[in-house]
Design a protein around this ligand. Structure first.
Ligand code: FAD
Length: 359
């Protein structure tokens, strides 16, 4: 009998399926995309993502990740750089997500690709998931790992949110192993080296505008935020006709249902918590949630207890990333000045946005 159904094959769902299958449980994962897809993600991975991926049998260097060793913050006329206090990498999400789904299948999970779950309901002691093609799956536990997509009847209790954008670029000058934070009026962007060459420009906009459809408008808006942004983006060639966009990103959201959690429904990844993008910690949090949900299901722990424990583990990076995102939004020049005056504080802040106790 199937012990768990996993809906969604991003890092959270794939990690849950790998860990469940390795633990001897029969698990079925359903992913609506039939093959590799570019995702709205800067593709920055820190030491805790690396440690979790090692544990899942997918070490980052073997997947072709490129190392990142420094950070830089350019705001107005300020421009400050510092070395990262930990090892970090960049790896395309298409590569990472496919590698994890392959690992899930190798571990013994049943992986259904190009199939979509249309709805799920609690029936009797367990869960029934109905697929778009009419197929029905049943199991005592359901892992909800649909990322930014809501499953009808089980949506996150959020309204509004930011617009997340991604635009791969060729740059005139390489970034030299650094991730660059570029605040601008109405949002902030991150520019970072892309494995295979070029860079990923990701932006979080408070409100949708022409930038969501037009690469030239996006580049102009980000470049206008700082002298260094103008230099870095001069002559940049967009590699897509329009940016990839996702609306309604509820930065800072955390699922806090506690004892009211629906029995047997384990929320993970962006369905559980959405960390501000500047931290580059969303994938690590998704992997941790997936692995922890599998451990909870294997141990017979309730979804309510799992949600409370996961909230506790995500608390530090959520609080620090939220505070830094607010400072970047409200006083970017002062933040850049502070990073220059107190390089130790910049390194400490970067370290505090990581999940504790993993790397
Ligand atoms: C602008 C931006 C930049 C970011 N940059 C970074 C970064 O540099 N580093 C980092 O670590 N994080 C970053 N993040 C966050 C990171 O992308 C997410 O936290 C992470 O992808 C969450 O993983 P997940 O598995 O929860 O969801 P996802 O990766 O979104 O996966 C969910 C999967 O579920 C599938 N799915 C959805 N609905 C269904 C359904 N009904 N049936 C079947 N399948 C379904 C989807 O196809 C998808 O594959 C960024 C986010 C944004 C918005």
């Amino acid at each position: 009998m199937t012990a768990a159904i996993v809906i969604g094959g991003g890092p959270a769902g794939a990690a849950a399926a790998i860990a469940l299958a390795r633990g001897g449980a029969a698990v079925t994962l359903v992913e609506r995309e039939a093959g590799p897809r570019e995702k709205v993600c800067g593709e920055f991975l820190g030491p805790d993502a690396a440690a979790l991926l090692r544990g899942l049998g997918r070490p980052l260097p073997e997947l072709g990740a490129v190392p990142i060793h420094g950070a830089r913050l350019a705001a107005g006329r300020q421009d400050t750089a510092w070395p990262l206090p930990f090892a970090a990498w960049s790896l395309p999400r298409a590569t990472l997500d496919e590698a994890l789904l392959a690992a899930a299948a190798t571990a013994g999970a049943r992986v259904l690709r190009g199939r979509m779950v249309a709805g799920a309901a609690r029936e009797g002691d367990g869960w029934t998931a109905r697929l778009g093609d009419g197929a029905v799956l049943r199991a005592p536990a359901l892992v909800l790992a649909t990322g930014k997509h809501e499953l009808r009847g089980h949506s996150r209790p959020v309204r509004g949110g930011a617009v997340g954008l991604k635009l791969p670029l060729q740059l005139l000058a390489p970034l030299d192993g650094r991730v660059v934070l570029l605040p601008f009026a109405g949002g902030y962007a991150g520019l970072q080296p892309r494995a295979g060459g070029g860079a990923n420009l990701c932006a979080a906009l408070r409100k949708a505008g022409p930038e969501a459809r037009n690469p030239v408008a996006l580049l102009a808006r980000v470049a206008a935020g700082s002298a260094q942004g103008t230099v870095l983006l001069r002559g940049a060639v967009p590699l897509l006709k329009r940016p990839l966009a996702v609306a309604g990103v509820p930065y800072g959201f955390r699922h806090r249902d506690g004892a009211a959690a629906e029995p047997g429904l384990f929320r993970v990844g962006d369905q559980f918590a959405v960390v501000p993008s500047l931290a580059g910690e969303g994938v690590a949090m998704a992997l941790l949630g997936g692995v922890a949900a599998a451990a909870a299901i294997l141990a017979g722990q309730s979804a309510a207890a799992f949600h409370v424990a996961l909230n506790r583990r995500l608390d530090r990076p959520m609080r620090w990333a939220g505070m830094l995102a607010w400072l970047l939004d409200t006083t970017p020049d002062a933040l850049a000045l502070a990073a220059r005056a107190l390089p130790g504080a910049a390194r400490l802040a970067a370290a505090r946005t990581r999940l504790p106790g993993l790397a």
